[in-house]
Design a protein around this ligand. Structure first.
Ligand code: SAM
Length: 285
């Protein structure tokens, strides 16, 4: 095999580039993906783990770069995704453990990392159908909450997550990690509060807004006759009046004990599984 070593410590073996130096410009680019500004500029993000990368490729996500640790070299599944990456015009990097743990900021890193193109759906293209449930999140701030909600929405069979207003980045490393791969399965939409209000008026949906001052017990709502959008409030401020007043129902999950409210991701999970209770069965999963 031919190995060429270039100035920045990067060598080429066939289609695979071997990288050992943290100063390598491609590695610097990948490390910069920890900043939202760089993710936005390049429309890309990082996902860790062999299974996640395989799932993403199977679901048609565009991979730009595949990075794997030397220790994973020769594993059939790694060879397969490397070949698929090259076939799609992507770059494959074989790196040292030090490089991969620096990229992922972990002592015990995954052996495989993929850099993918970001993907959003446009709100105007969302036409909810019978039996569908969407989650709309007003200004969600916490990456762990957002990732958990995307994962839970996927598990409940929801059709998409709509991010309303200025929210945390669904493609940050922390959010992607918390989704456990569901970021690749769940359509994600971004919208301003105005666009969301405008859309929901004509989309033929029942918006169920959740609020600590809600007077409707969430278990008494009709989730069957129309597609449902569960509207959840910001972690600190809850739902603003402009959004709350547009909703068909202000739902509340009854609580006991001393806690003022439920964690946003927990409340969303409870709502999702109630809204889809009639559609979920043990043997259908
Ligand atoms: N201080 C905020 C407030 O006064 O609304 C608390 C917000 S709570 C942590 C975040 C979101 O989770 C709420 O806006 C609501 O969507 C949902 N939530 C939490 N507990 C709930 C409950 N018991 N009933 C309905 N929604 C709830």
């Amino acid at each position: 095999m031919n190995t060429e070593r270039s100035d920045h410590g990067l060598s080429r073996v066939g289609q695979v580039k071997e990288v050992t130096s943290l100063a390598n410009p491609i590695i610097k680019e990948i490390r910069a993906l920890s900043q939202k500004k760089h993710r936005d500029e390049t429309h890309s993000f990082m996902a860790e783990g062999l299974k996640l990368v395989i799932d993403a490729l199977d679901l048609g996500w565009k991979i730009r770069t595949l990075v794997y640790a030397k220790a994973a070299k020769g594993k059939p599944q790694v060879e397969q995704i490397a070949a698929r990456t090259v076939a799609k015009g992507g770059l494959v990097l074989e790196v040292s453990e030090k490089v991969i743990s620096t990229i992922t900021r972990r002592d015990n890193p995954q052996m495989v990392v993929g850099i993918f193109e970001q993907r959003y759906r446009a709100l105007k293209d969302i036409h909810p159908q019978e039996g569908e449930t969407y989650v709309a999140l007003d200004r969600v701030r916490d990456p762990g909450n957002l990732g958990t909600i995307i994962r839970t929405a996927d598990a409940a069979g929801a059709s998409g997550v709509i991010l309303v207003g200025d929210t945390t980045d669904p493609f940050s490393l922390e959010t992607v990690r918390a989704t456990m791969g569901s970021v690749f399965a769940m359509p994600i939409v971004r919208a301003s509060a105005e666009d969301f209000i405008h859309w929901q008026k004509s989309a033929g949906v029942r918006v169920v807004a959740t609020h600590l001052a809600g007077s409707v017990d969430y278990r008494t709502i009709d989730y069957r006759s129309k597609p449902v959008v569960l509207l959840m409030g910001n972690e600190q401020a809850g739902l603003p009046v402009e959004l709350a007043r547009e909703a068909g129902a202000l739902a509340r999950i009854p609580q006991a004990g001393r806690a003022d409210s439920l964690n946003l991701a927990i409340a969303t999970g409870i709502m999702l599984f109630e809204a889809r209770r009639h559609l979920l069965a043990l043997d259908a999963g």
